[in-house]
Design a protein around this ligand. Structure first.
Ligand code: NAI
Length: 477
């Protein structure tokens, strides 16, 4: 069993419930479980010390136990203060006596962390005592960012937290000041030991490409998000399921007939717009990209600007990965009891800090992660998950079947980077198309899909092999 220093979760008493839901999830994650079976004997992750920073849900528990079954040791934190499912975290810590989970895995995560606690948890997941992590599995890039900033400031001066451009970055700087004063080489050693990172989401991937462009990336990265079987499934069909789940659990408001605005029509926006339309909402889209704006229009949505709809719409959902999409001034102009939520990775899409500073504003908690904000004139709006991703804050994130695709890619990416480090000089890579097609293939039987097989003659007519890959790299799906 783990020592109590080796985990921090809400309540170990929830482990049995967590285990039950993990077992249900395993059945709904055929791709991930097939990867587990395929590599259980060869143990390609033997020797891997993986620090994970990814929403600590039931589905993530299946991912963690797959990494362990493949030989890895793992330490985990959530990548959001509201996204942990406490029963899943407890079950992973307790373990169930099987080879995947003999004595449990260190997890530092609970639902409703403060930002200080969040960063402490991230640090604990990175802190392997006398050893160092040698792999990161990241979602949004916070663990990667901590190692990079810690390395950047090693031996120099950490900027004064008071100069930080956000409350959260001030917390990161204070953490770095403290830990670098104790051990100035802490993060440099980590960075040297880390063979690579596999990154889950659009926003984390943007950060990696930026770092690589500026020459500051310290280890190679696999962009899992842009596997077709990740972003075209999880981001789209996952959000199509979990957006509406979050809104329902938070408010139970009837969505049919309401006017809902979806900001951004990328992969997430497409799924969100469809889920709201499926409930009978009249959906309006905003976009900055003419291609996505045209797609939205051709899909039958009205495309306009925030200014046109701010006073008349009932539900506002940001999906952009951009900042300041909904400002405090926008929120002031909204209808009484308009619902405001974000499903993008970071909380800066909605200006919550600006909202809190409006004169006369009063915030009342309806229940955790649901707040009513009363303006000076007496009208109110409802803000979900304090502007953080509402599908994980107000509901339980994406369901197992879609996460099976994402996490099968994650495991294949970990195996690839850990096992073939020499093939990956510092840079950002995507998985080969054969692996993408393999992940999709692993999910067909469960849905009763019968695939057509090309004849040799047809394949040579198309200029491809019978067994694929079926599309050129530039194909967009
Ligand atoms: P994407 O790049 O495909 O789509 C974002 C869209 O927003 C783009 O089409 C862009 O043109 C548009 N956009 C950017 N700024 C805008 C603005 N100011 N106003 C209107 N539109 C704007 O990215 P994707 O994959 O859809 O991801 C979006 C965000 O959601 C990212 O932060 C990503 O990390 C996150 N994400 C969250 C998930 C969840 O479960 N909550 C799941 C997957 C991704």
């Amino acid at each position: 069993t783990l020592s109590s220093d080796d985990y921090q979760v809400a309540d170990l008493g929830l482990a049995a419930f967590g285990r039950k839901e993990i077992q249900l999830a395993e059945h709904e994650m055929p791709g991930l479980m097939s990867v587990r079976r395929e590599f259980a004997a060869s143990k390609p992750l033997e020797g891997a010390r993986i620090t994970g920073s990814l929403h600590m849900t039931v589905q993530t528990a299946v991912l963690i136990e797959t990494l362990v079954a493949l030989g890895a040791r793992v330490r985990w934190a959530s990548c959001n203060i509201f996204s942990t499912q406490d029963h899943a975290a407890a079950a992973v810590v307790v373990g169930d006596g099987t080879p995947e989970s003999p004595a449990g895995v260190p997890v530092f995560a609970w639902k409703g962390e403060t930002l200080e606690e969040y960063w402490e948890c991230t640090l604990k997941a990175l802190d392997w005592g006398v050893e160092e992590p040698n792999m990161i599995l990241d979602d949004g890039g916070d663990a990667t960012m901590l190692v990079h900033k810690g390395s950047e400031f090693a031996g120099g001066v950490v900027p004064d937290p008071a100069t930080a451009d956000s409350e959260e970055f001030a917390i990161v700087l204070a953490l770095l000041q403290r830990t670098l004063a104790e051990d100035s080489e802490k993060y440099v050693r980590m960075a040297k030991s880390i063979k690579g990172v596999t990154e889950e989401t659009t926003t984390g991937v943007h950060r990696l490409y930026d770092m690589h462009k500026s020459g500051s990336l310290l280890f190679p990265a696999i962009n899992v998000n842009d596997a077709v079987t990740k972003s075209k499934f999880d981001n789209k069909y996952g959000c199509r399921h979990s957006l509406i789940d979050g809104i329902n659990r938070a408010t139970d408001v009837l969505i049919g007939g309401k006017v809902a605005v979806v900001f951004g029509y990328g992969d997430v926006g497409k799924g969100c717009a469809e889920s709201l339309r499926g409930q009978g909402a009249r959906v309006i889209v905003t976009e900055v990209d003419p291609i996505c704006a045209l797609q939205a229009a051709m899909d039958g949505y009205q495309v306009t600007t925030m200014e046109d709809v701010v006073g008349s719409a009932d539900i506002f959902i940001t999906t952009t990965g951009c900042k300041d999409v909904i400002t405090a001034d926008h929120m002031r102009q909204m209808k009484h009891q308009a619902i405001v939520g974000n499903i993008g990775h970071f909380d800066n899409e909605i200006d919550m800090a600006g909202l809190a500073e409006l004169p006369g504003i009063v915030k009342t908690e309806v229940k955790p992660q649901v707040h009513e904000w009363r303006f000076e004139d007496g009208h109110t709006i409802i803000v979900l998950s304090e502007g953080r991703l509402l599908n994980l804050g107000n509901a339980t994130g994406h369901p197992s079947f879609v996460m099976s695709n994402s996490f099968a890619n994650q495991v294949l990416a970990q195996i690839e980077l850990f096992g073939k480090t020499g093939d990956y000089p510092i840079g950002v890579y995507t998985l080969p198309k054969q692996l993408d097609e393999k992940v999709a293939r692993l999910h067909l039987d469960a849905l009763g899909v019968k695939l057509t097989t090309l004849t040799k003659d047809q394949a040579s007519y198309l200029g491809i092999e019978v067994e694929g890959p079926y599309k050129p790299e530039h194909y967009r799906y």
